[in-house]
Design a binder for this molecule. Sequence first.
Ligand code: PMP
Length: 360
Amino acid sequence: MGRIYNFSAGPAVLPEEVLKEAAEEMLDYNGYGMSVMEMSHRSKAFEGIINEAEKDLRELMNIPDNYKVLFLQGGASQQFAAVPMNLMKNKVADYIITGQWAKKAYQEALIYGKANAIASSADKTFSYIPDCSDLPISEEADYVYICENNTIYGTKYKTLPNTKGKPLVADLSSCILSEPIDVTKYGLIFAGVQKNVGPAGVVIVIIREDLISEDTLPATPTMLKYKIHADNKSLYNTPPAYGIYICGKVFKWIKNMGGLEAMKARNEKKAKILYDYLDQSKLFKGTVVKEDRSLMNVPFVTGDANLDAKFVKEAKAAGLENLKGHRTVGGMRASIYNAMPIEGVEALVDFMKKFEEENL
Ligand code: PMP
């Protein structure tokens, strides 16, 4: 039985080395005589796992000491509520709407306070990132919110917005660890790990200490309070222990690959293979303005829904899976996260060339 090339947007491909290692340790982790799935989250063994995961993540992302790293549950979607509940002191926040996930976060924030949509790319089906150099940031805004890489539409901020001194909150679910970032530019970063880091069930939150406080909105559940999780080092309750263990292995895999600079170079190389082909193809067309293209998610279309469906079906038969575009967009989307090997992208482009010859 062979592995296919999995272009899913998430849960997504993980490094084979990590999966093999996890398989080897399944019955007996490190001489403890049990799987990580079976051990107490208060055990010495797990303490080692979570501490090392945090240490490696801090090193990879160069996270300053005045930021807490939390490993939580509830998906990225739960952060859409946790962010306003914890951060909306003035009950005002500014949102930049660059796709469905940003919009969902904005709609969630409206439940808790005055969320302002200060910019949007909805006018052109979210195919670009708006100019964010001089936005009407609200005087009383508690934070400015972005979704940095738009998984569905395949756009990515190349420059962060000018928040005019307000803390920047960013959803990095589909680009975390794909390239180096300057953590000090953010007040809070969160990411569901099921794309670039690990199995679904873990959310990483990186939050500047001064944004953590007891002073949350009145009905904030204990489990959504950053302070509770920070004070308890992500062990207030049972954390998603096995998921954290796999994330830790992926952090080590990235370190072994040369860290985030190396990841960036590899991701740029992979994306270039696909975008270069798309730019000269007579059949396929990328859907995003060039300057704002994501390195992680690459949507493309033929312009003919039947031909798109045929492509997805034949690609699957050729071992290239999950290429169907998001149900709200149609067409195709290749997600080429960190763990997608270059050979996978080459195989996809070879297949596209053949399909183009046969169907033009
Ligand atoms: N934000 C982004 C950028 C996403 O791509 C996704 C999921 N695809 C989400 C948030 C929602 O994540 P979850 O399913 O973990 O709630």
